[in-house]
Design a protein around this ligand. Structure first.
Ligand code: FES
Length: 158
């Protein structure tokens, strides 16, 4: 072995030792990446948990729809308000407004001679929106309705 070869060999050895001593090994790198991923997923999960616990739906915009003169809705009539996905049921005591959005998972319920039926999972409601059969667990949602000072029906939806 010549002096040049010997010097090259010892430089290689030194660089290998330096690499092992100071550099990152493959195993170390993978371990570091694994720990990083675990910490990152933990942080993301914690963030999701905090968001869930302090959830605030924020201010909801309220939509008011002027339905015209209340005299246009005499007792005994049922009027579909398509733009609101609602139905107005006029009775002797006043007007009932029901949302046609199913309280189960949000499909639109359809009116039947007996009341309302949801086409998605079969929930049934009576003619006043009362729950007859699930899977919905509550009656149809009643919407706020009022008569303004001009005698118009105003439907409010939050
Ligand atoms: S969405 Fe109406 S019963 Fe499920």
């Amino acid at each position: 072995m010549s002096a040049t070869q010997s010097r090259d060999s010892s430089e290689k050895q030194a660089s290998i030792q330096v690499a092992r001593g100071q550099g990152t090994t493959r195993r170390g790198f993978l371990s570091l990446m694994t720990k990083g991923m675990v910490y990152l997923s933990g942080l993301l999960g914690l963030r999701g948990l905090i968001s869930f616990l302090v959830y605030d739906s924020g201010p909801t915009t309220q939509t008011r729809i002027n339905l015209g003169a209340s005299s246009n809705y005499p007792p005994g009539t049922r009027t579909l308000v398509a733009e609101a996905n609602a139905i107005l049921i006029s009775q002797e005591g006043g007007v009932l407004a029901l949302s046609l959005i199913c309280p189960h998972l949000g499909c639109l319920v359809g009116e039947t001679p007996d009341g309302f039926t949801c086409p998605c999972h079969g929930s049934r409601f009576d003619r006043s929106g009362g729950l007859i059969r699930g899977p919905a667990r509550q009656s149809m949602v009643r919407l706020e309705i009022e008569v303004d000072r001009d005698g118009n029906l105003i439907l409010s939806m939050a």
